[in-house]
Design a protein around this ligand. Structure first.
Ligand code: U2F
Length: 571
């Protein structure tokens, strides 16, 4: 069953259903971006010409939109509520459909049951036969519903599940026993999945897979046109809900208003919301297409700290705006900020810190498109506004947020990620280190670590082992940071291959003792005790973990320019 690219989205639109505002929003988006997806499919088709793609049977169960989960999102679609999640699900559906897979979509527990073929009230293991799908994309709500309906059979089939999880889940929070014992309890449960089964909205943690979404793409003519028609003193404020304008924003708006005309897209019922000053031209919540038109004219898109990590700044930058946003010192996380409380992630490793409203824009895009400044320092704020007015920027969209980029990434995951293989899969404690060793690594020049030189043995060879670089972190440093210091990215899949005494030897570490324990910072070396510590539980292999007294063994890899999720030889 070969998968063939699809460019006509008619059948997908029919499948999405109708009625709820959330579905209407998603369908409108799918329709609006259809041309762009079609062109991307043709380009990727050319690129992958010879490779055989298997057509998978896929179920997409959007848990947060089900009545059973309370569906708090749909009634707020037209009232300034979060749309980011719907943007992402619309794009996931389009990507899977465009790639040519066979798709079923469910947004109720009843549909879920029907598609899975589980008759109600069949005891604790209702699904006795094989799972009728190769892959199931869902979210935390959906996972909970699947547990309810599948009972113990969920455990048998969970390697087929992918969880769309905006902010991500770190290994220490995912492992039930460990989370309970070591203070990593959360509101979202401990599912003991392989952490790469969680898929995020931005590439914030390499412990998870980066799913993403797409933004509008412009051709050369459109770019030129936009640049010619930019209104140099026009600003649009990021925040579609009045509450996002509260708490001392007026002072900044006043300063901004001295040099720029300010526009807003804040939802209101009958009157201007009191939080929005009279000098702001408020358009009310706009349909996505109209917002894009507004952004095409504006020079500045300005954030005031919330919402965190949404799609809108990427859309603004893609339409040629400069994005100005506040720096957070200290960074926000689950310990110091209400919004992140109870989320299964610490966001403590640098680069993945919530160091500003939109860390991806700050760290992956940066100047001249993104200015991240201390809003409490009026001089810095004013100088940023002057910079906006005097800088010319071109519309910019990172490749990983284009349709082709997303298709390429999702295609690679579908063809290569397999969490059902023993040795890599859930809770399996087997050691994959392929026997004895000394030829398995070679030292690279200029202290850039060790490269794999052994045979490519074992089942878990995607990403390919040729991409691996073994490095040793500083004390107190995570693998996220150590890899990043060498312009690489941490690749948790490779931990299996470096969790051995041989890896320490090859790094020229002399171990006085060797122990093996369940700990999310292992494999690691305790400098004071000269202990080499191995990981006992593969589910706890973590890029994010660090400890002031340990140097970590870090499996890093290269990545494609503009596509951090994939290594150079990953396609
Ligand atoms: C994020 O959700 P939000 O919905 O608050 O994210 P935004 O960046 O505001 O953008 C979502 C979409 O809303 C659209 C815009 C974006 O694609 O085109 N939109 C619109 O259609 N009309 C308007 O007038 C203004 C915007 C994030 F995505 C979620 O995951 C988080 O839960 C949430 C809270 O941090 O922030």
């Amino acid at each position: 069953r070969q998968a063939a690219f699809r460019t006509d989205i008619g059948a997908l639109l029919e499948q999405v259903g109708t009625g709820k505002e959330s579905l209407i929003f998603m369908k409108r988006r799918i329709r609006r971006l259809a041309g762009q997806w079609g062109q991307a499919a043709n380009r990727l088709g050319e690129k992958l010409k010879r490779s055989w793609r298997e057509r998978k049977k896929i179920l997409v169960h959007v848990g947060f939109l089900t009545e059973e989960s309370g569906d708090v999102f749909s009634p707020k679609v037209l009232k300034g509520g979060p749309l980011g999640e719907m943007v992402q699900w619309a794009d996931i559906l389009t990507a899977l459909y465009t790639l040519g897979h066979s798709l079923k979509i469910s947004i109720s527990a009843k549909e879920l049951q029907g598609f899975l073929g589980v008759p109600p009230g069949r005891g604790s293991c209702p699904l006795t036969g094989p799972l009728p799908f190769d892959l199931i994309y869902t979210d935390y709500h959906g996972l909970q519903q699947m547990k309810q309906h599948m009972g113990l059979s969920l455990k048998k089939h969970k390697c087929h599940i992918r969880v769309i999880d905006t902010f991500g889940t770190e290994p220490a929070y995912n492992h039930e026993e460990y989370a309970m014992l070591h203070g990593y309890r959360t509101n979202w449960g401990y599912w003991n999945l392989h952490c790469k089964q969680y898929m995020t909205m931005f590439p914030h943690t390499p412990d998870n897979s980066f799913m993403g979404f797409v933004s509008e793409e412009l051709n050369g003519t459109q770019k030129e046109y936009i640049q010619r028609n930019k209104v140099n003193n026009m600003a649009v404020v990021y925040g579609k809900e009045a509450s996002m304008w509260k708490q001392g924003k007026e002072r900044f708006l006043q300063i901004l208003h001295r040099s720029m005309e300010i526009h807003g897209t804040v939802y209101y019922e009958t009157q201007r919301p009191p939080e929005v000053p009279a000098f702001v031209k408020n358009h009310g919540l706009l349909p996505q297409n109209d917002l894009q038109q507004l952004l095409r004219r504006a020079k500045l898109f300005i954030g005031f700290g919330f919402p965190y990590e949404g799609p809108a700044p990427l859309e603004a930058i893609a339409n040629g705006c400069i994005f100005l946003q506040p720096k957070f010192r200290p960074s926000h996380n689950s310990l110091n900020h209400e919004f992140f409380k109870g989320k299964p992630t610490s966001r403590e490793a640098s680069r993945f810190l919530v160091s500003s409203q939109h860390p991806y824009a700050e760290q992956y895009i940066g100047r001249p498109h993104v200015l991240t400044v201390d809003y409490n320092n009026s001089e810095e704020f004013e100088s940023a506004i002057r910079e906006v007015m005097t800088t010319k920027v071109e519309p910019y969209l990172p490749y990983e947020y284009t349709c082709e980029g997303m298709l390429e990434r999702v295609h690679a995951y579908i063809q290569h990620q397999d969490f059902c293989i023993p040795g890599v899969s859930i809770g399996n404690d087997s050691k994959v280190w392929p026997g004895n060793s000394s030829s398995h690594f070679v030292r690279l020049p200029n202290s850039s670590g060790l490269a794999w030189a052994g045979s490519v043995a074992g089942p878990s060879t995607w990403p390919p082992l040729s991409a691996m670089r073994l490095l040793l972190s500083e004390e107190g440093q995570s693998c996220v940071e150590q890899c990043q210091d060498h312009s690489l990215v941490c690749e948790p899949t490779f931990f299996h291959f470096i969790n051995s005494k041989e890896a320490f030897t090859q790094l020229q570490i002399q171990c006085d003792a060797l122990e093996s324990e369940m700990n999310h910072i292992y494999p690691a070396f305790s400098v004071s005790r000269r202990d080499c510590c191995l990981q006992k539980e593969p589910l706890l292999f973590s890029c994010a973990g660090f400890h002031s007294k340990f140097q970590r063994l870090c499996p890093c890899r290269d990545f494609r320019k503009g596509q951090v999720a994939l290594c150079r030889d990953c396609l």
